[in-house]
Design a protein around this ligand. Structure first.
Ligand code: ADP
Length: 439
């Protein structure tokens, strides 16, 4: 990870007790007394059993900060935090919780990095990002609370008489009807569902899904990224959230906050080890995909990007059937004929399940030789573009091969932001423009 070097080693993430000594920090001459006090004895350290708002953010420095808020009558009664970061991170989290406690929500939401720094009497320049992470995590926890408060429109209050969730089906039990309505209410809060699909594995579907979610969030949209690739969930690793766990709030699953306006949940968070092969029976696959769509507390979103399982089998079928409208598919392929043939099937699949195709992306489309600058068409080029023409669906762009995509993916760094000027990131940016323009 990039960013400033922390002045001391990190405590183990599983240890939620505040450390009492931190010799490397005391050796640090530039820190003020409030900082020293708080890195040795951070206030409000540790999770709350009962909470109303929660957020967990991993900053560009790699530190993960987590906030829990108890809120009543528009005021923060208690704010607690944990961090995997160093002494200054503990001091910043501590100060942010102290500043937030007792404040009204609008007052607390206005707290900025500068307020945390001021409360601490400053931090060494290389550690100022800790104050930003604390302020952002606080804001995200308030946002989480507010999202929960927004009353989900109940189906019986909704004026859309044509909605299929309004009436119980003849064959449907009360329980089935209740669950179908719960799913519909959840999906109703989401502006657009973007189902990222591919004909086969390994073509870059998850990379595209993650990059799309990051780019839409960077464009100011409220975004959720849902990884239901139940056989190979790779979103946790691509997003630098490997080892992340899912919190529950009542019956809801709480997504991981990757940025103030980007929430992530992956089936991988629920597996003991997401590299373990899992054998899912058919009904289990449908059940787990449905549970994810129904129970994740996203709050209102502009976009939900869904990393769907590859192929045209039961799992993508479940996704297509469950998400409801408005939704559209983004099909990812590599350029060679073998892969393109699979995407042809994906286009037909989308037609059959009435899922509009937003467009086709041709990934791994050519490579610029790092030595001579010449073009190497490793998997050929143009197959995806030709298919889009042939099937009369939009073509969203060609993304070239870039070895940095692999490096970033392996280390959980956002390629599209870190290498924003690269040809591949620029190609992603064009794709995002198409998606935004599609509505
Ligand atoms: P899928 O979800 O289709 O199985 P992934 O997104 O997991 O595929 O990508 C498979 C591998 O290919 C990953 O290591 C990823 O970093 C790499 N990759 C994806 N797109 C590119 C690209 N344009 N250039 C180089 N490597 C890529």
């Amino acid at each position: 990870m990039n960013g400033a070097v922390c002045p001391d080693p990190r405590p183990p993430t599983s240890d939620l007790r505040p450390p009492t000594t931190d010799t490397s920090m005391t050796a640090h001459k530039q820190v003020s007394l409030p900082v020293v006090e708080r890195f040795q004895h951070p206030r409000n350290y540790g999770p709350l059993d009962r909470w109303d708002g929660h957020a967990r953010i991993t900053g560009p420095c790699g530190d993960t900060m987590e906030f829990w808020l108890r809120i009543a009558e528009g005021r923060i009664l208690q704010a607690n935090f944990t961090t995997t970061g160093c002494g200054t991170s503990r001091a910043a989290g501590s100060m942010a919780t102290e500043l937030a406690s007792g404040k009204s929500l609008p007052e607390a939401a206005r707290l900025e990095q500068q307020d945390v720094l001021q409360g601490l009497g400053g931090l060494p320049e290389e550690s100022e990002h800790c104050a930003l992470l604390a302020a952002n995590t606080l804001k995200a926890a308030i946002g989480d609370y507010e999202a929960r408060q927004q009353t989900t429109q109940r189906c019986d209050e909704c004026s859309d008489a044509r909605c299929v969730a309004k009436h119980r089906g003849q064959e449907e039990s009360e329980q089935e009807f209740h669950e179908r309505q719960a799913l519909a209410q959840r999906m109703c809060q989401i502006g657009h569902k973007l189902v990222v699909m591919s004909g086969k594995g390994g073509v870059g579907k998850s990379t595209v899904a993650a990059s799309l979610a990051i780019s839409l969030a960077a464009a100011g949209k409220q975004v959720g990224l849902l990884d239901v690739d139940i056989h190979g969930p790779s979103i946790p690793q691509l997003m630098g959230l490997d080892g992340g766990h899912v919190l529950t709030h009542g019956e809801e699953l709480v997504p991981v906050q990757a940025a103030p306006n980007l929430k992530v949940i992956s089936i991988g968070f629920l597996l003991a080890n997401n590299r373990d092969a899992v054998i899912w029976r058919g009904p289990m696959k449908y059940g787990v995909i449905r549970q994810f769509l129904k129970d994740v507390a996203w709050g209102p979103l502009d976009y939900l990007v869904i990393d769907s399982p590859p192929g045209t089998g039961d799992e993508p079928l479940s996704v297509a059937q469950l998400v409801g409208q408005p939704a559209g598919a983004i099909l990812v392929t590599t350029p060679q004929e073998l892969a393109v043939a699979d995407v042809r099937r994906s286009v037909s699949f989308c037609e059959k399940v009435s899922l509009p195709v937003i467009g086709i992306i041709e990934n791994m489309s050519g490579l610029t030789c790092p030595h001579c600058g010449g073009q190497i068409d490793l998997f050929k080029v143009g197959g995806g573009e030709r298919l889009a023409r042939e099937m009369n669906v939009p073509f969203l762009g060609k993304i070239p091969i870039d070895p940095q995509i692999v490096t970033c993916g392996d280390s959980g760094a956002p390629y599209v932001q870190r290498f924003a000027a690269s040809p591949a990131a620029q190609a992603f940016a064009e794709v995002v423009k198409h998606v935004l323009a599609a509505g």
